[in-house]
Design a protein around this ligand. Structure first.
Ligand code: SF4
Ligand code: SF4
Length: 940
């Protein structure tokens, strides 16, 4: 849809009520000079200077580089941020620089600009139209205007897309197109409306559509009849209702707030926007720019600018390319430099003087006044305020200009703000009427700048604080996350460590209590002494052999000392093993050695047993001595066998916590071995009752199976409960030699003690050295004494153990056999005496011996049956091995009791008959009590 719209014409209302605002002035208009000629198109300038910031908001961001060839209408800088506007190439050419340049500003400051060298071809780039905008989304059209660089052309250059993007909670009912153009000299809007009214109306339609189709009201001062007529005609072709509001000529009726009031009677809130009262006000030039962008695809690259002033030969309006240097435009209007006094950009009320003619025209440049000195004479010097109040009367914003002046001058900005400084539109009406010629607006602008700077500093500081706090929060958050991760890792590591330690704890040996360090030390000393004695005996034997002397006694002594040394070494090794608790499983080499030791001692015991048997049968030799030797060797063999069993049993007993599978297997093993032992026991009992079968063999089998069953039960018990300690086996030391060693070390210690005492009394000699010697010898003597005591205790216990371990049934058997032999011998003697045979005397001796043995066997039996508490039977000291066995028995009895109690509890819970379980518990209690008493008695 172009200018020749075929839409039905709308009724143009002219009977709009016009309100009036307070204040205002009527300066000379001086408009007719520039309206005699139509809008002209100046020639292409020699250079175009395009500031990146020609609008309110952030500067645009360049998207071209120096040397780039650009086409007319090509975007050179894109909007940056929400409030910004794009910049385009007004003609085709080359980017020759992107550098600071003087820009239109009262301060004469420089800003970053794109320097375009026109190529003279004025070649358009691709133009994208959006004439079917009504079928696009509102956001699409707003974005299109943004990228077209459309900004307000009548005031501060606010980006149009931002102004039209009103919040939903402020519905717009009126779009005002501002054609009032109240400031003197300026006729750009007047000429635009005269010549391009349709562009204004069509552009107004676009703006209204974006605002939700409110009514359009066009405000025009009554000093522009041609423009009013043109707009009325164009409005008649508008698609939406349009009202033409002709307002009285009074400055500043073109101010947005003032025109809004004039046309609607609504006041814009202090420090507020007109959208808050449902009104949006846009310049007619902005509407025309929107039309050209949407319908023609032309971004905002030019604007109508009034060139006026008496220094120009021909004042007129031109369609100036944005970026055209002022001097080139003025030259086009016939500038007479020699007559030029003051050059003003804008109007005489709100414009500002230019000192540099090379600065460019921007989107905001609506007028250039090249005045002569007579036209704009210098302002008289400012006088003191006479408090006339004319300024207040002239102020269209209902402010108190005099008070604002005082506050601004005194830099009392807070008070100035309280007096609504920022509602001042800087119209200059107050200064215009001030008889003291006080430049009031300059004071207001300076105060506003200071306040804005201070506010920006505060905002910067606030942003810096927020950034700092956000950064601190982020760092703290990161630290917390790291700490949380570290804790999680530590917990995982602890769990992993615990998991790793679990199997180690399972495999940690605990069956044998760790020997005290002092005990290990003493055992080491005893082992060293035993080794030394063996070496001495070896030397003595070697010397005797070399001398050709008898060596039998020395060999026997060497054998005994070697055995004692091996036993001491073995005891030491076991103690160290239990102390270090590092080797849960007995080393294979140790077990091998123990097997050898057990085999050797077993062989020796058997030899001794054979010798004893032979002596008994033949009646020759010292049977008592042989019997004592056999008992001793048999005890040693039993100890060696026990040590071997413990070593082989250690891996099972070492684990305080057995896996469930192992415990299950141990239970099965215990049950099987128990069953076998019971069967063997029954077979033995049957054989003993019937007198048939090999009772001795059955008895041996039972004992063996019973031992295995006990071991299995022990392993199971240790796995299920706390492991039972196994005491190191007491070595069978040479008591005689140990007594000698103890006496020697004791003597040496006493000598050292005497030497120390003499040195202390006399004060002579190295007392410290003597003291150290004494301590060392005394320690050796104590260790020797301890080793002797251990050896004596072990020997005594061994003898007692030999008796204790004998089974009561065995004693009965032996007693019965002895009695039988005695009876047989007595019968043989009786027969011989009855027959009067010779040689009865040997039989009588045999009867006496057998009588003695029978008495001994009977005595042993009676001691066993009566227990160890009999007054006439001395109580032998129990050995460590016996105590250990008793502990095992007590533990097993306790385990059986607990088991019976659990069975009883389960039966009670199930509600079944519990009589059997109760009986089992009573029986187990009795056995546990008996085992406990036996252990207590053995421990003394
Ligand atoms: S018009 Fe000028 S002199 Fe009069 S009160 Fe205002 S500032 Fe003062
Ligand atoms: S410049 Fe400000 S204070 Fe002076 S008349 Fe205009 S609005 Fe009022």
């Amino acid at each position: 849809m172009g200018l020749n719209s075929t839409a039905p014409a709308q009724q143009v209302t002219t009977a709009l009520r016009i309100w009036d605002f307070n204040g205002g002035v009527h300066p000379p208009e001086n408009k007719t000079q520039s309206t005699t000629l139509p809008i002209a198109q100046p020639p292409l300038p020699s250079r175009l200077i395009l500031p990146l910031k020609q609008h309110a908001g952030a500067a645009a961001e360049p998207i071209v580089q120096v040397g780039d060839k650009v086409l007319k209408g090509q975007m050179l800088a894109e909007p940056f941020g929400r409030v910004s506007a794009a910049v385009h190439a007004p003609t085709s050419g080359t980017i020759v620089a992107i550098a600071p340049f003087a820009v239109p500003h009262p301060s004469g400051m420089q800003d970053l600009c794109i320097h375009l060298q026109p190529d003279g071809q004025d070649t358009w780039g691709e133009r994208q139209r959006l004439d079917d905008y009504r079928h696009e989304s509102r956001e699409t059209v707003l974005s299109y205007l943004r990228n077209a660089g459309v900004a307000g052309l009548g005031g501060a250059g606010f980006p149009t897309d931002v102004k039209l993007n009103t919040p939903d909670h402020h519905p717009i009912d009126t779009l005002i197109l501002n054609g009032a153009e109240c400031e003197p000299y300026i006729t750009a809007d007047d000429m635009l409306m005269r010549e391009r009214a349709d562009e204004v109306i069509r552009g107004g339609e676009i703006l209204a559509w974006l605002l939700g189709n409110p009514k359009i009201v066009i405000g025009i001062e009554d000093n522009k009849p041609e423009a009013i007529a043109a707009m009325r005609e164009a409005a008649s072709r508008c698609l939406v209702p349009v009202e033409i509001g002709v307002v009285p000529t009074k400055y500043p009726s073109g101010g947005a707030k003032q025109l809004t009031y004039l046309l609607t009677g609504k006041e814009v809130p202090s420090s507020g926007r007109s959208s808050e009262i449902g009104v949006v006000c846009c310049n007619v030039g902005t509407a025309a720019a929107a039309f050209r962008a949407v319908y023609l695809g032309e971004p905002l690259i030019s604007r109508v600018t009034t060139l006026t002033g008496q220094a120009l030969q021909q004042a007129r309006n031109v369609d100036a390319l944005i970026g055209t240097p002022v001097d080139e435009l003025l030259a086009f209007a016939g500038l007479q430099p020699q007559q030029l006094g003051k050059l003003v950009m804008g109007g005489p009320m709100m414009g500002f003087p230019l000192n540099d003619l090379s600065i460019p025209v921007t989107k905001l440049t609506n007028c250039l006044i090249a005045s002569t000195p007579a036209e704009f004479p210098p302002a008289p010097p400012a006088q003191a305020c006479i408090r006339c109040g004319l300024c207040e009367q002239a102020c269209p914003a209902d402010l108190l200009p005099q008070q604002l002046y005082w506050f601004a001058k005194a830099k009392e900005y807070e008070k100035a703000q309280q007096f609504n400084l920022f509602d001042c539109i800087e119209c200059g009406a107050c200064a215009y009427v001030c008889p003291s010629f006080i430049p009031l607006v300059q004071y207001y602008r300076h105060a506003k700048d200071d306040i804005r700077k201070e506010s920006q500093e505060q905002q910067k500081a606030e942003h810096a604080r927020l950034r700092f706090e956000a950064r601190q929060a982020r760092l703290q958050r990161e630290l917390d996350e790291k700490e949380a991760k570290r804790k999680a890792r530590a917990e995982e590591a602890a769990k992993a460590q615990s998991a790793r330690q679990q199997p180690a704890a399972v495999s940690a040996p605990a069956a044998t209590p760790a020997a005290a360090e002092s005990d290990i030390k003493a055992l080491k000393t005893a082992a060293a002494i035993a080794r030394t004695k063996v070496k001495k005996a070896e030397k003595a034997l070697s010397a005797a052999q070399q001398a050709g002397e008898s060596t039998a006694e020395l060999e026997q002594e060497l054998s005994q000392l070697t055995t004692a040394s091996q036993a001491a070494e073995q005891t030491l090794a076991q103690a160290e093993q239990s102390a270090t608790a590092a080797a849960p499983v007995q080393a294979t080499a140790d077990i091998k050695q123990l097997k050898i030791d057990a085999a050797i001692t077993r062989t020796k015991a058997k030899k001794a047993e054979k010798a004893l048997a032979a002596a008994r049968e033949s009646g020759e030799g010292d049977v008592a001595q042989l019997e004592a030797e056999f008992n001793q060797l048999n005890t040693i063999a039993q100890q060696a066998e026990l040590a071997l069993q413990q070593a082989e049993q250690a891996p099972v007993a070492a684990a305080p916590v057995q896996p469930a599978a192992d415990i299950k297997q141990l239970k099965i093993d215990a049950a099987i071995t128990r069953t076998k032992a019971k069967k063997a026991e029954k077979a033995l009992a049957a054989a003993q009752e019937s007198g048939e079968g090999d009772v001795a063999q059955l008895e041996a089998e039972f004992n063996q199976l019973n031992t295995i069953a006990q071991q299995a039960e022990l392993a199971l018990q240790q796995a299920e409960q706390a492991p039972v300690a196994t005491a190191p086996m007491q070595p069978a030391a040479d008591i005689k030699q140990l007594k000698i060693d103890a006496a020697i070390t004791r003597t040496k210690a006493k000598k050292a003690e005497k030497a120390l005492a003499a040195a202390r009394e006399s004060g002579e000699g190295d007392i410290a050295q003597l003291e150290a010697d004494f301590n060392q010898l005394n320690h050796v003597a104590q260790q020797a004494e301890k080793a002797l005591q251990q050896a004596e205790s072990g020997a005594t216990a061994t003898e007692a153990a030999a008796v204790a371990v004998k089974d009561l049934k065995t004693l009965k058997t032996e007693a019965a056999v002895a009695r039988t032999k005695l009876k047989k011998a007595e019968q043989a003697l009786k027969n011989a005496e009855e027959k009067g045979l010779d040689g009865c005397e040997p039989l009588r001796d045999t009867v006496r011996q057998l009588q003695q043995k029978a008495d001994e066997a009977q005595q042993a039996l009676e001691q066993a049956e009566n227990g160890s508490t009999t007054a006439d039977a001395p109580v032998p000291a129990a050995s460590a091995a016996d105590i250990k066995q008793l502990k095992i028995n007590a533990a097993m009895a306790n385990a059986a009791l607990k088991k019976a109690e659990r069975a009883l509890s389960q039966a009670e819970a199930e509600g079944t008959d519990i009589s059997a379980q109760q009986a089992a518990v009573e029986q187990a209690k009795a056995q546990a009590e008996q085992a406990s008493q036996a252990l207590t008695a053995a421990q003394g």
